[in-house]
Design a protein around this ligand. Structure first.
Ligand SMILES: Nc1ncnc2c1ncn2[C@@H]1O[C@H](COP(=O)(O)OP(=O)(O)O)[C@@H](O)[C@H]1O
Ligand SMILES: O=C(CO)[C@@H](O)[C@H](O)COP(=O)(O)O
Length: 502
């Protein structure tokens, strides 16, 4: 009999479910898109029911269209978009749409956290209070929707809600729990000090588990709903970036991950829990027991490209639009783009900054604009790489994942801007692969992630930097790096004119 694990990658644009066999081969993949609800500038929500329906449809298609037999699915695990607040009432019913990681309405609550706990907050959580994190979202609901807050009995993150619907059991794994900024990272417990400071009942925090821990089996009601079998074991899973790092084989400090999904992430495996980036970079528990990672997040990476396509190139296919950037030049014929179109997280934690095209010239063509968008996103990644350089962190390989890694041109631009070797995977779906690997290790198919990676992780093409391009990009990045400071005041002045309702 065949044996499979399912990796559920609950992204922001879609859920992708991959079925993998014991040899680490992807035997089938299905995905299902769902919308973002953006009712005001800075707001970003999703309906948790869409995640459950999307995941279920993808699983049903694996069973019916790809002929994966339910009894052959031994385990399921997850990679989840991080930080999104799901509030449940006493009957575990969802109280309001989930407030997502890229929702920046919570600046006031972040300032309140800083004022109340100051550096103690960073000491406990290893992170600064930023708009995207879960605690500020809870405080926003408490202040602005007291009726909802008074009914709230539990909070979960996106993938935890889907796991709850599959198993009937509440829980959260450590890698995602760090991103709530309610976890005492050193103690590995929910922080009593933070809950007390903001009057959040400890009972709202779900039980903690490791990524590879069993969360039970598929419940009989979900088995009827999805066609799955009740013997299938369900494992904790991880934050998408932790899962992505596992799926990309980032298992040692000499490798860095570059992920272009809706967000963009530069991530480094960290062995030393005392490393201190002063909250400029995020610091999180890993999916791998007793290890950590740091990362810097560009809020609108793939989202920038989607916005550009939707607004200016809706008739082009994604592949054609991205490939057309080859008709432009290094530096897009003097056009620079900053990807701050929903605010930014790192290295500039600023919810009010907005994006810009600088240097627009009467000779510029659409291809120059596409190129500038691709380059601007990678310049923002280079800002994070520079922080690692400043902290004397050595690494020689960048592994690229996410939807953006589908484009060979964009991968070469990454190699040229980073001036480092960039390696792709044979399948760009690192987070889904990582989720499947968590189930495989949880089931005991492998002794540890290292052993599992040897079977599951397959590197594809290597992109080496072109020295001439790398030199030009180094100069261009220095120009790019000035745009934030020079447009900060202008963005503030334009705040009052932003569209109120979409
Ligand atoms: N052919 C392509 N070439 C380059 N980038 C692409 C292509 N297709 C999609 N993308 C980018 O990939 C992003 C989606 O990546 P994905 O990893 O699936 O995101 P998420 O996990 O956030 O749902 C899109 O926002 C888009 O900008
Ligand atoms: O906020 C973060 C990490 O802190 C994001 O990386 C989210 O986890 C969403 O990821 P994608 O949907 O872009 O994969």
């Amino acid at each position: 009999m065949n044996e499979y694990v399912l990796g559920v990658d609950l992204g922001t644009s879609a859920v992708k479910v991959s079925a993998m066999n014991r040899d680490g081969e992807i035997v089938a993949q299905q995905s299902f898109d769902y919308p973002l609800i953006q009712s005001h500038p800075g707001y970003s929500e999703q309906n948790p029911e869409d995640w459950v329906s999307g995941t279920t449809v993808a699983i049903v298609r694996l069973i019916l269209d790809d002929h994966i037999k339910p009894e052959e699915i031994s385990g399921i695990s997850f990679s989840g978009q991080m930080h999104g607040l799901v509030l449940l009432d006493a009957n575990n019913q969802v109280l309001r749409p989930a407030i997502l990681w890229n929702d920046t309405r919570t600046s006031k609550q972040c300032r309140e956290i800083e004022a109340k706990l100051g550096s103690k907050f960073v000491d406990i959580t290893k992170n600064k209070p930023l708009e995207g994190f879960t605690l500020p979202k809870m405080l926003w609901v408490k202040e602005n929707e007291p009726d909802i807050w008074s009914q709230a009995k539990t909070f979960l993150l996106p993938k935890d809600y889907v796991r709850y619907r599959m198993t009937g059991k509440l829980g959260m794994d450590y890698s995602d729990a760090t991103g709530t900024v309610l976890l005492d990272v050193k103690d590995g417990q929910w922080s009593q000090a933070i809950c007390d400071a903001f009057d959040i009942p400890m009972s709202m925090c779900p039980p903690l588990m490791r990524s590879i821990d069993s969360a039970g089996t598929v419940s009989s009601s979900y088995a009827v709903f999805s066609g799955l079998d009740t013997h299938t074991k369900v494992f904790g899973g991880a934050a998408d970036n932790a899962a992505g790092a596992v799926g990309a084989g980032i298992l040692s400090p000499n490798m860095v991950l570059s992920s272009i999904g809706t967000s963009g992430v530069v991530l480094k495996y960290e062995e030393d829990p005392t490393v201190d980036y002063h909250g400029v970079l995020q610091f999180e528990d890993h999916a791998i027991p007793d290890s950590y990672y740091s990362m810097g997040v560009t809020l609108a990476a793939g989202y920038s490209l989607n916005w550009f396509k939707r607004t200016f190139a809706s008739d082009d296919s994604f592949d054609d639009m991205v490939a057309s950037a080859a008709e432009s030049t290094v530096g897009a014929n003097g056009l620079l783009y900053t990807p701050y179109i929903v605010g930014e997280r790192a290295p500039h934690a600023d919810a009010d900054i907005r994006g810009s095209f600088t240097g627009v010239d009467g000779t510029h063509k659409k291809t120059d604009f596409v190129r500038a968008v691709l380059e601007g996103i990678i310049f923002s990644f280079k800002d994070i790489m520079d922080i690692y350089d400043e902290n004397d962190k050595q690494f020689d390989t960048v592994v690229a994942i996410g939807g953006g890694a589908k484009s060979p041109l964009w991968l070469q631009i990454q190699a040229d801007i980073f001036n480092k070797k960039v390696v792709s995977l044979t399948n760009e779906q690192g987070p889904g692969m990582g989720a499947a690997m968590i189930a495989a290790v949880g089931l005991g198919w492998f002794k540890n992630f290292q052993e599992c990676a040897e079977k599951f992780v397959h590197f594809g093409k290597t992109y080496l930097p072109n020295p001439d391009n790398a030199k030009k990009y180094d100069q261009l990045h220095q120009i790019y790096a000035q745009v934030y400071d020079q447009t900060k005041g202008i963005s503030q002045q334009l705040l009052a004119y932003r569209r109120e309702n979409n």
